[in-house]
Design a protein around this ligand. Sequence first.
Ligand code: PCA
Length: 139
Amino acid sequence: MHHVFVYGTLKQGFSNFHVNGGQRVPGRFVTVQRLPLYIVGAELVPWLVDAPGRGEHVIGEVYAVDDRVLADMDVLEQVDEAGWYTRRTIAVRPLEAPATAPMTVFVYFGDPQRVAREGAHAGPLAEFSAEQDRRYRGG
Ligand code: PCA
């Protein structure tokens, strides 16, 4: 099994949750480092950039996933296709229990060049909201 931190459309009840066949670890989680979360592109896609120290401590959810679900998520996120997401690891903590030891989990980082080229519609954000998910046009 693997742990994945989701901060965007893979969250519970959000647009791509049907692809998230994982088992949720209860509660919300937050990144140990500040990271910039933007909304990019005509599709208004949530886009976390691997630039630690900039942006906010980002809030999301953690799921235990098997190899098959991780592979499905990688397909959705177009992992390693130019201009899309790369799956890396980060440290997160439970939001409601900040003294808890951090967990190392997978996360999907967006290509930073896309923000540089196209700019961002919003951000840096601490959290991708249900309202922003309703405006999302991808998937
Ligand atoms: N899906 C992944 C990355 C951004 C997105 O919309 C997630 O929810 O974490």
